[in-house]
Design a protein around this ligand. Sequence first.
Ligand code: SAM
Length: 327
Amino acid sequence: MAAVNISTSEIDARENDSAEHGEQGSDSDRLDSDGLGSHGLDGDGLDGDGLGGDEPSTDEQGARPAYGYTEIDSAGARAANRHYWDSEAPSYYAEHGDFLGDVDFCWSPEGLRESEARLLGDVAGRVVLEVGCGGAQCSRWLAGQGATVVATDLSAGQLAQARALNDRTGVSVPLFQADAITLPVRSESVDIACSAFGAVPFVTDSAALMREVARALRPGGRWVFSTTHPFVWCLPDAPDANGLVVFHSYFDRRAYTEHSETGEPTYIEAHRTMGDRVREIIAAGLVLLDVIEPEWPEGHNRVWGQWGPLRGQFVPSTSIFVTAKPG
Ligand SMILES: C[S@@+](CC[C@H](N)C(=O)[O-])C[C@H]1O[C@@H](n2cnc3c(N)ncnc32)[C@H](O)[C@@H]1O
């Protein structure tokens, strides 16, 4: 794996570090986040003017904010999300593992698979970097297609799931613990980078993420990522009719933030408008080739958080950006 300049022993060291710093908050502090970057508000927070959710809410005792929209820096978001994903990794896999497939590349809750979409082009013989790999299901599928993969994720908990899946499936891919804005690869060493809802919805500085992936890509390389559709920011986190009411400003770029009783952020989701996303891609020196807004497939009834067949009839909940580095 010549392109990578991080060792597996470094992964172990960072995992220990993660465990040491993973004491804040508790599961009971969390709202019903679906782990896909779509804020946890389910519509119950709507106040009389239909514009609720702007101000931090309070917990049952009324003493501390439990969630709200806040300005938060990269380090704060990283710490909160690392802790969140470390603790949620087993339940995320238990709930979604069957749907994702242990050796499969699923772009989104609509069930769009890379085997049919072919957004990455021909991967055989290419070095492919996965950002926010979770259980590394996508990397395992890519390896089966003949790619040399590098699977990265912020969370030691998610990477532990990935390691277990490596063992269980017999398709073993190399795993590296890394924040998406400091990727453990040399400049211009990667042919293709991809991310299925990994990192992009959770980093507060997604412009930096775009620049970092652009740095890693060789000229002519491709970067494809799926993330929450920007429009979803306006809607409550509910798959039923409650989720069809515009209740929050599309233009509010503050992060959706959940807090522990001591006020520590425990979960962060960030937002960019469609225009922001395009500008960040272009500012990183990349070319935007396509934006896919997967439509809800006929007969697909699986609900994932706020993603489901009802809303899927009316609006997109996922966007997939296909970009390339000129050269
Ligand atoms: C919704 S999961 C998606 C995982 C996987 N791609 C899938 O489809 O199941 C989001 C993943 O992004 C990772 N993540 C969140 N923030 C990150 C960051 N700043 N850098 C790298 N990974 C991050 C989480 O640890 C988690 O594994």
